[in-house]
Design a protein around this ligand. Sequence first.
Ligand SMILES: [Zn+2]
Length: 371
Amino acid sequence: MSCSYAEGLSPYEHKGKLGLKEVFESDESLVDKVKQLSKWITSSNHVVVHTGAGISTSAGIPDFRGPKGVWTLEEQGKKPEISISFNDALPTKTHMILVKLVEAGYVKYIVSQNIDGLHLRSGLNREYLSELHGNMFINQCSSCKRQFVRKTATTSVGQKCLGLNCPGVKTNGRPCRGVLHDFILDWEHSLPEKDLDLAHYHSNLADLSICLGTTLQIIPSGNLPLFTKKNQNGKLVICNLQPTKYDKRADMLLNGYVDQVMSLLLENLDLKIDDYNPEFDPVRKKGIHEWTIPDSKVSEMKKLYEIHLKQRKTSDEDQRKRKIDDKSEVIPLKKNDINKVEKLENDDTDEKTVDKSLDNENNAKCEDGGT
Ligand SMILES: [Zn+2]
């Protein structure tokens, strides 16, 4: 259950704004907005979707900061009354619609804060997904860093040593001698490097960012959608029941259930949803399945990102020369710089820090016999 995940995390006080009142706009209003959104999607070059716990509540998994969220209730000394086992939860309409939108080429990438593994189980290909806070259904090797799909959700939290040998084989044909750890980050852990790099590259390339079911309070993940605003005509769309940190920056706000909004969107794009199919769920498949992001994917996106930065810089310089606008200066997007900038701008928010020393310390403990 997500409570067990939450209870497994270290104590942490700054969990952001909790239990804000949910807002529901009329069906008519949502229908009109989704019509407009579908036009934006078809006319955009690089659509990136950012997902949070709100897309999994219809699967029976409580969110964290909603009126009945895990952190909201924790503050009141309570626990969620309904919480399905991660093993029993299945991808929601929104998860399945996202697979369809990726397959149809409308969505180029998904950045998720969710650890419930439902994007994996929906059949989404790994090359379209960053999992910034981990995944209950993934083990990661301490040595080769390759990731492997689990058959059941992990019961440990915080990248603990599982005492299992890595099934990976080195390029010389010898078995990897690393040990598997769970892939669930605790508050102080570094974000997974390749997931974070790809999330940065895609978020910067995005000319349309769509946020689904997140209050955008955790950084850096909550700030990534804003990068789209640095691009000419870049648009930010937020679909959430509660107010979010960046409602005022949004070009469109949809206060409705994500499943309803995404179903309307699919209709507008003349597509049909595929039901969840266990045959495409790596958790249900026999044998060993890898979930590692290929290095080639990261270097490919890095090149595109660098080209994009150059173009944007040139465009900005041209604008300055013409004295049209000198306020859109490009901030170099190195990871450490981003974290510094965001810290200054967002003192009131949670954060997942990028502290390599803590990560290394965790691995060292494990090599000493596990934690
Ligand atoms: Zn390994």
